[in-house]
Unconditional design. Structure first.
Length: 181
């Protein structure tokens, strides 16, 4: 009887756990502009841009903050995924200003290894879309530019970018990092 109960508890526990944890392993604290190695060949670098690649036609309620995540998958390449939504609670990428957590408003992906598919399209995130799973496969260098709409009252507050990524190739790993901008 106890054995069956333990089996039911174990199955229930597995059923309610998220497929991809929000964070896994230690969270790396990195500095802006610092190149960080994840796994054997995958690197990332985060900077805040003073010049926005986003058009002024994107309507903002507050101040624009543009963050660029430069990625390098090396010669063998990398496949990674993350959840990107306009909801700060469900997005794997967020910007904290003061006590306020902000989700991105828009994104531009730029990966030269995609060849003619690298259209650098500007995607404005829909607040109603909560299933923003992004999967990227690329070789060499590329970048993800993110536009955050920060309320004017929070624009001068300290900023902290939080990112959770999962790689599936060359090996399955979860990576989390924070950058104080």
């Amino acid at each position: 009887m106890i054995r069956k109960f333990l089996l039911v508890v174990a199955i229930a526990t597995l059923a309610i756990q998220p497929a991809h944890p929000q964070t896994a392993g230690p969270i790396k604290q990195i500095k802006p502009g610092e190149v960080v190695l994840f796994g054997d060949t995958f690197t990332a670098k985060v900077t805040q841009s003073t010049k926005s690649p986003f058009p002024p036609s994107i309507k903002l309620k507050g101040e624009p903050i543009v963050v660029i995540i430069e990625l390098d998958g090396g010669k063998k390449g990398v496949t990674l995924s993350y959840n990107l939504t306009a909801d700060a609670k469900s997005s794997d990428v967020s910007l904290t200003t003061g006590a306020l957590r902000n989700a991105p408003l828009a994104v531009i992906e730029d990966f030269p290894s995609w060849g003619s598919d690298n259209d650098k399209e500007i995607e404005v995130l829909d607040p109603k879309d909560t299933g923003g799973n992004v999967a990227l496969t690329f070789q060499g260098k590329g970048s993800v530019s993110l536009l955050f709409d920060v309320p004017a009252a929070q624009a001068k507050s300290p900023r902290k970018l939080s990112v959770n990524l999962r790689t599936t190739q060359p090996q399955a790993e979860a990576h989390s990092f924070i950058v104080n901008l």
